[in-house]
Ligand binder design. Structure first.
Ligand code: ATR
Length: 277
């Protein structure tokens, strides 16, 4: 039986076991996918022992993505560029790291708003770890004007330097002005997450054809998405990114490329509505 895992610290909130468990049943595969809590100081031992413990690979999540990047033996280009790893598997006996967050972000927008990438001016709010994958994704997809606004300007500047031409860094206070010509608005900050302050920005001057998306998915409709919907803008929630980022890992471990369906989405929504966040 092929065994895969997700590890983080803590890990009990993770919905990845539900996603992969659904696919294992759907495709009638002999396999397992379990959540394993590993403290940061134990991550190296855990990853070094994977083969011995018969794991074919797994996911790593907060706070392990950067450490897993350093610990794997080879890496895919997306992981190299983003500087973090969320998916691990063995290739030629070596532990290989990938980053599927950028893929998940793009696949979600492609599925829910086809043609979203015809327009080229994006405003990315936030410059933390999550933002790196989004900037990489947008650049890969050919967006030519990516503006990063962050409370701490230096972090936005570091990202703009890292990813090069077509990317600019801005003060948080510039957001109202930047909103005016953005055709894609992405929240990558933790604002709007359940239990955190909400992201309150005035969307009344935003272009009518702009698309607004949030990588936060608890709650599913964040205050930003609600505000966008209220002024008639198109929105895409962040749950699809979680579902799509799981696809490449499942294929590596179990040999089947799984489909993201409304049935899967409903399963996760039911779990969220069950009170577990
Ligand atoms: P992640 O890895 O999830 O992106 P992170 O690296 O802690 O987490 O980044 C969180 C992001 O939310 C950052 O862009 C952060 O801004 P700073 O770089 O200035 O810290 C942003 N953020 C968090 N709280 C915020 C607030 N109250 N107002 C504005 N931005 C905030």
């Amino acid at each position: 039986m092929r065994k895969a895992f997700v590890t983080g610290f803590p890990i009990k909130h993770s919905r990845s076991p539900l996603i992969h468990g659904h696919w294992l049943r759907k495709y009638e595969l002999q396999g397992s996918y379990e959540a394993i809590e590993v403290a940061p100081e134990d991550l190296a031992d855990f990853l070094n022992g994977l083969q011995e413990n018969d794991y074919v690979g797994g996911n790593v999540t907060i706070p392990h993505k950067e450490m897993a990047f350093a610990l794997c033996q080879t890496r895919e280009p997306a992981a190299e560029e983003i500087g973090a790893v969320n998916t691990l598997w063995f290739e030629g006996g070596q532990l290989r790291g990938g980053n599927t967050d950028a893929y998940g972000f793009l696949a979600n927008l492609d599925a829910r708003s086809p043609g979203w990438d015809r327009q080229k001016t994006a405003l990315v709010l936030g410059a933390g770890g999550a933002s790196r994958a989004i900037i990489y994704a947008l650049k890969q997809r050919g967006l030519t004007d990516i503006r990063i606004a962050n409370r701490t300007l230096t972090r936005a500047e570091e990202l703009a330097d890292r990813f090069g031409s077509g990317i600019s860094a801005h003060e948080w206070t510039a957001v109202p002005e930047l909103l005016q010509d953005a055709t894609l608005i992405v929240n990558t900050t933790s604002l709007g997450m359940e239990g955190k302050e909400s992201l309150s920005i005035d969307l009344s001057d935003v272009r009518r054809d702009a698309l607004v998306t949030d990588i936060v998915y608890v709650p599913l409709e964040t205050p930003l998405l609600k505000a966008a919907r209220m002024v008639g803008l198109k929105t895409v929630d962040g749950l699809g990114m979680l579902l799509h980022q799981a696809v490449p890992g499942f294929e590596h471990w179990f040999g089947v490329r799984p489909e993201v369906t409304s049935e899967l989405r409903d399963l996760i929504l039911a779990d969220m509505n069950g009170g577990k966040t």
